[in-house]
Design a binder for this molecule. Structure first.
Ligand SMILES: Cc1cc2nc3c(=O)[nH]c(=O)nc-3n(C[C@H](O)[C@H](O)[C@H](O)COP(=O)(O)O)c2cc1C
Length: 158
């Protein structure tokens, strides 16, 4: 037996990195959300998997644009993570970024980013699972922001 709270507590033991996944709509308006349900799915062909809450404001825009960028946050970007974990407003005001190859924001100061075109979308309960074909990836490196037991943590990279 378990309840939803217990499941959250257990899965909170699974330490993850933190990303901001960005996308856009047809008119070029930008969207982004903090996400840790991100997986490197396949190397040949190169595929990433992301899970997006159907209630997220950015959800319909992934379906429209059919693209996303996974921006991997550094230990110095907790504030950015908090900002993108809230719905509403223009989250990009005062945030340094450039547009990537697919017209979607690449945030400054991250450890790296991966640009994807969505090739499959599956239902996953209250989330959708997007599978993205990797179009471009860039490594910068550094120490990551970690999410563990509901809190941000830091770990020193070698
Ligand atoms: C550490 C962390 C990880 C998160 N991971 C996800 C995730 O993988 N998928 C998701 O849909 N929401 C995730 N969220 C919640 C979204 O960031 C939050 O619902 C956000 O407000 C959605 O933004 P939007 O409504 O503007 O799209 C996470 C939040 C935090 C703090």
């Amino acid at each position: 037996m378990f309840d939803a709270k217990e499941l959250r507590r257990v899965m909170g033991l699974f330490a993850t990195g933190v990303t901001v996944i960005t996308t856009r709509d047809g008119s070029g308006r930008l969207y982004g959300l903090t996400a840790n349900a991100v997986t490197s799915l396949s190397l040949a062909p190169p595929l990433l998997l992301i899970c997006v809450d159907k209630k997220a404001e950015s959800h319909p825009h992934f379906l429209d644009s059919k693209c996303f960028i996974v921006n991997i946050l550094s230990e110095h970007q907790e504030e950015l993570s908090t900002r993108f974990a809230k719905s509403g407003g223009d989250k990009f005001t005062g945030v340094a970024y450039q547009l990537g190859r697919l017209g979607t924001p690449v945030l400054d100061g991250t450890l790296g980013h991966v640009e994807c075109r969505i090739v499959e979308t599956h239902e996953g309960g209250d989330h959708v699972i997007h599978i993205g074909a990797v179009e471009h990836a860039e490594f910068r490196g550094g120490a990551p922001l970690i999410f563990f037991q509901g809190k941000y943590r830091q770990v020193k990279a070698e």
